[in-house]
Ligand binder design. Structure first.
Ligand code: NOJ
Length: 735
């Protein structure tokens, strides 16, 4: 439909109808079930108002969506189609590794592929928009939602954010065969104080702009159709009612002109935040801030009409919001075909195909991070007798917390993947994911372990006996998926007690033990490191997890993931991340020193257990010195940085070459290092290749003391190496 026609339509709509378009309701309102996510909302929406909703969230499947579309459109005064949205985070039916793991691939191709497949599968099943990508920068492993982000680094997150948007939206003018993307949660939701879910965020404007905004900007520049607000306050103002943040920063400065949706009941929560007295006032603040679509608070439908009539808000603000919503519907082609081809589609042909599963297997392999491999413990040999022990041997809860639509039963368990290798393997559960007698409460399902400690002790004893009788042991342990995701902050980030007991018992009788860790966050795995010879961090790997784990363990695939988030030494260090400022009393390597008056802990190191960017493979690489094509550059002039990387081992392997920059002196304190580039090189044994990067003064920009975004002349160091701790650096000057 032409823009003019949209405007004509808008003109013809009553105020009430327009406000209806600005209401998004949970599908439960139409199904009479509990809400999909978030708190129970007191709807108070009159029956006839329900039929005015412009958007529905959480509906699933072609049949339901077709039916709802038909029913709702009939009742809509202008028969405007509904736009259907849902949380497709790391896959629809074919589940890929969680986003934090995807970050570890350092691969835009993988991120784009995941976005592409999840969009294609869910679009084929009727969906229009996904609430993804989540691009919040995360540095606090206590927060459960770190699993939904691609990690701690602004540059890596930006590259992943844009790639996800490209993948989700595809290349068609109407997102054909794909979805609209909804980038979330604006802004800085990933920095809740003390890692506590929904907590307030305290950030300087400089840190907000420099570290937190770039990934949203990258997603917007990639064309993200929508943005979602965040639940948190920022500078004590809830984001969802923050005019400065939404109108000035997001719209004006960042150039976002798509639909801005509130998070679930976030407009209503302006009251519990204590900035609005009632729903009407909450609606006023949100609209003034420029929120177009009210997800499930009922504040807009309940309050806006009166506000207009009382002259407290201008109707133009409503028109502006509705026009954006109509444009989105138009962009999705809904006016021409409200069913987006559902009528003549054979969804089975598109969904959960062998091809999609093969891609999920590849992404899972690419995302797993090998942290230790002493004495060449891995890969395993088929003739070795190996005991695979732990709750993740058979349990298929490896899809991640947001994989609502994926079928756990269809996931490949690790034991299945291993059995397919035809190796000498024995299996023991040892204990459950959840401690005996404990219930973990999720928002889709709970996990209860009804076993007693006596029963578990007996299982552990049995597992230890099996372990003693084998050449090697691989423990498959970690946290349960519902200990991660929304509403899952943890104050203790170690593996559950029963699994610790299992680790102790097994490693006591067999020192030849490795661990595969399943988790949605960086866990404190110090004790695992002490007691094992190899560690593979498998995250929540998705549908093909069992195949991917087996591929890596038996050497049919190369581990090549690199940490997208530092793995803390202990929760006491959190938030711990590589891009810190130096402080006035910095210790270079964070080791213990006798001088107490330094920036350090007195009882633990400064450094995390494993730093950002870290990961091993099955071969080794050597780096040449860093080469620069000049020692000095002027503003705007490019600097070419290169290294030669050689595979010095005996297997083919892929190295992720990472480039970091240190700005020695600035008008404000600068992060000690910042990632500015990465590239992956696949090398045969003995083979060398150059990694070449172009750096310009644009890459050196920051918010100066006077808050100008620019580079300042001076000395820099460029580092190129295997992770954020590389010592391979060279100085250059910016004139
Ligand atoms: C609340 C979450 O914060 C958000 O990420 C999600 O998209 C909505 N619920 C809808 O499920």
């Amino acid at each position: 439909m032409k823009e003019e026609k949209l405007r004509v339509l808008l003109k013809d709509m009553s105020l009430k109808e327009k406000i209806g378009q600005m209401m998004q309701l949970d599908v439960s309102c139409f199904r009479n079930e509990g809400p999909v996510t978030g708190s129970e909302v007191d709807q108070e929406i009159a029956g006839e108002d329900l039929t005015l909703a412009g958007s529905i969230l959480g509906a699933v499947g072609a049949e339901e969506i077709k039916d709802l579309q038909k029913r709702c459109m009939e009742k809509q005064p202008h028969h405007i189609p509904i736009v259907f949205m849902a949380d497709i985070i790391n896959g629809y039916k074919t589940i890929f590794p969680i986003p934090l793991a995807l970050g570890c691939t350092f691969s835009q191709e993988d991120a784009r592929m995941v976005g592409d497949i999840m969009a294609k599968e869910s679009a084929a099943d009727g969906l229009h928009v996904t609430f993804a990508p989540m691009v919040d920068l995360v540095r606090d492993a206590r927060w459960g939602r770190v699993m939904e982000s691609t990690g701690e680094d602004p540059y890596l997150n930006s590259r992943m954010a844009e790639a996800m948007v490209w993948g989700i939206q595809g290349e068609g003018e109407h997102y054909e065969g794909h979805l609209g993307a909804c980038t979330k949660h604006f802004a800085a939701y990933g920095a809740p104080t003390a890692g506590k879910e929904y907590n307030n965020v305290e950030l300087s404007e400089r840190t907000l702009r420099e570290d937190y905004l770039p990934s949203y900007q990258a997603a917007i520049d990639a064309g993200s159709a929508m943005v979602m607000t965040s639940f948190n306050t920022l500078d004590r103002i809830p984001a969802t009612g923050n005019q400065w943040l939404m109108r000035k920063i997001l719209r004006e400065e960042m150039g976002f002109d798509g639909v801005l949706v509130s998070d679930y009941n976030a407009i209503g929560e302006l009251m519990t935040h204590g900035v609005a007295e009632d729903k009407k006032e909450a609606a006023r603040q949100a609209l003034e801030a420029g929120i177009d679509l009210d997800m499930m608070s009922g504040c807009y439908i309940g309050g806006l009409e009166e506000l207009v009539k009382e002259g407290k808000i201008r109707e133009e603000l409503i028109d502006e919001a509705v026009l954006r919503i109509l444009r989105l519907k138009n962009r999705l082609g809904l006016f021409e075909d409200p069913y987006r081809g559902l009528e003549d589609q054979d969804t089975a042909r598109e969904i959960f195909t062998e091809e999609n599963r093969a891609k999920a297997r590849k992404a899972a392999v690419d995302s797993m991070v090998l942290l230790e491999n002493q004495e060449g413990f891995l890969p395993l040999k088929k003739e070795e007798k190996v005991a695979f022990i732990g709750p993740f041997v058979e349990d298929k809860h490896i899809l991640g917390a947001w994989s609502f639509f994926g079928d756990i039963e269809q996931a490949v368990a690790c034991c299945q993947g291993i059995k397919e290798k035809g190796a000498q393997a024995v299996f023991e559960r040892g204990c459950g994911m959840v401690n005996p007698g404990q219930t973990l409460y999720g928002f889709r399902y709970n996990m209860t372990n009804t076993e007693s400690w006596e029963e578990i002790d007996a299982l552990i004893e049995r597992a230890a006996k099996t372990a003693a009788d084998c050449d090697k042991v691989v423990l498959l342990i970690g946290e349960a998926p519902i200990q991660t995701g929304e509403g899952s902050s943890r104050g203790d980030i170690t593996i559950p007690e029963a699994q610790k007991k299992l680790l102790d018992a097994v490693t006591k009788v067999n020192k030849n033990t490795a661990a595969v860790i399943f988790a949605g966050r960086p866990l404190d795995i110090r004790d695992v490191k002490e007691k094992t010879k190899a560690i593979l961090y498998a995250w929540m790997p998705g549908t093909e997890g069992g195949h991917a784990v087996a591929d890596i363990l038996y050497g049919d695939a190369e581990p090549q993931g690199r940490l997208s988030m530092s793995l803390p030494w202990s929760v006491g260090q959190v938030p711990v991340f590589y891009g810190e400022l130096s402080t006035g009393r910095h210790i270079e390597d964070g080791e213990w020193v006798e001088n107490r008056f330094l920036s350090r802990y007195s009882d633990m190191p400064n450094q995390p257990l494993y730093p950002f960017g870290y990961g091993l493979g099955y071969t080794e690489f050597s780096y040449s010195e860093v080469r620069l094509d000049k020692e000095e550059i002027r503003m705007g002039e490019p600097l070419q940085v290169s290294v030669t990387v050689k595979n010095t081992g005996s297997r083919r392997g892929t190295e992720t070459v990472q480039l970091y920059v240190t700005d020695k002196v600035g008008s404000v304190a600068r992060p000690m290092r910042q990632l500015k580039g990465f590239t992956k090189l696949t090398l045969e044994p003995g083979e060398s290749k150059d990694a070449v990067f172009d750096l310009t003064s644009e890459d050196l920009r920051f918010y100066t003391r006077s808050m100008e975004y620019k580079a300042e002349p001076g000395d820099f160091i460029v580092w190129v190496g295997a992770n954020s701790r590389t010592k391979n650096g060279k100085k250059f000057k910016l004139r």
